[in-house]
Ligand binder design. Sequence first.
Ligand code: SAM
Length: 218
Amino acid sequence: MFPGPLGVSLSGDALARGAWSLEARHIRDHGLGRHRAVDDTPAGGGPGMVLRCDVLAAAIDAAAPPGDPRPRLLMSPRGRPLTQALVRELAAGPGAVVVCGRFEGVDERLIEGRGLQEVSIGDYVLSGGEIAAMVLLDACVRLLPGVMGHDASGTEESFEGGLLEYPHYTRPRLWEDRSIPDVLLGGNHAAIARWRRAEAERLTRERRPDLLGEGGKG
Ligand code: SAM
C-alpha cells in the first residue's frame, strides 16, 4: 500500500529527492510456521484476530532496535487524537516507527512492553490502519523543510494559531451573482488582515467553538 498517494505530488517529489524517506516492512516476514502466522484468536473469546506479541516484537525490533530514538506509534481508534500540535511534535522529531494493519487488536503486553503510543485519526473505525498511517505521514511530511512550495509553518492555516482558516476567493470577480468581498480588492493590506482575522474567528465560533475553549457554552 505504501507509499500510495504519498508517492505523488509534493510529498512524492520530496520523497524522490530524499527530503524524507519511508521504509515499509511486512509484519508477516516475522510470522510463525509454514503459513507465517502473525495473529491468533482472542484470549477469552470474541470476534476477530489479535496480533501476536512475539511476532510484532520481532518486527518492531528489526525495524527499530532497542535504543532507537524514534517514537513507536500504533494507529488505533482508541489512541491519542491526531492534532496539528502532535503533527508538529512528530515532524520536529527524529522520525517514527508506525505500526498499522488490519487486526481487531494487538496483544496489550506488546503495547506495554515496546512502549507503543496509540494514535487515532478520528472518532470512527476504519477497516485498517494503513490509511490512518498515511494521514499521519502526510500531515508530518508537509511540515518538513523544503517539502512545500511555500512556508507551511505560517500561522494562517487552519489550527495554526487556534483558528480555522478564513475564506479564499479568486477570479472571476463576479460569479453567479456572487462577488468577491470588496475589502479583498481594495489593496489595503491592514484592512485585509483585519477582515481575514474576523472571518477566521467567525468560522471557528460557528463550526468549532471547542477550539476557542467555548465548547460547552453552546
Ligand atoms: N477493534 C478495534 C477497536 O474497536 O478499537 C478496531 C479495529 S479496526 C477494525 C482495524 C484497524 O484499523 C485498527 O487496528 C487500526 O490500526 C485501524 N484504525 C481503525 N480506525 C482507526 C482510527 N480512527 N485511527 C487510527 N487507526 C484506526
